[in-house]
Design a protein around this ligand. Sequence first.
Ligand SMILES: [Zn+2]
Length: 146
Amino acid sequence: MLGRLARYLRFLGHDTAYARGELDAAIAERARVEQRVLLTRDRALAARAPGALLLISPALDEQLRTVRRAYPQYRYALTFERCTLCNGRLAPAPAGDARGTLPGAPAARNGRALTVFLCDQCGHAYWEGSHTANIRTRVSEVFAVL
Ligand SMILES: [Zn+2]
């Protein structure tokens, strides 16, 4: 239900687990054991997990604002240091190492060699492009209004 929010929290560098196909009891227990804040749109799950944050809005922008209002102590600057697929950490790939395996990845952008970042868990590759510019714009607009 909150897959897009999970992706954006990872863009912001937050260690974000995403539960798929797990029973409510297992999700609540995992959050407790891993000392995570449980974010959910499910009232019954929120009631089961102490400290859970119930997100009412289905809209990503409002969900991000709600999280920031509830947890202002965390940072909300884009870091792009986490894999949006698996939550692994991203690190720059050695020049030329990953580019050959990336269909569609340009060798350079704006005259500068492209830096490719690889996930240390699943190996997914990332690089700066128009999509990251769009994410930067969206996040700055979202957090301009709290
Ligand atoms: Zn990954």
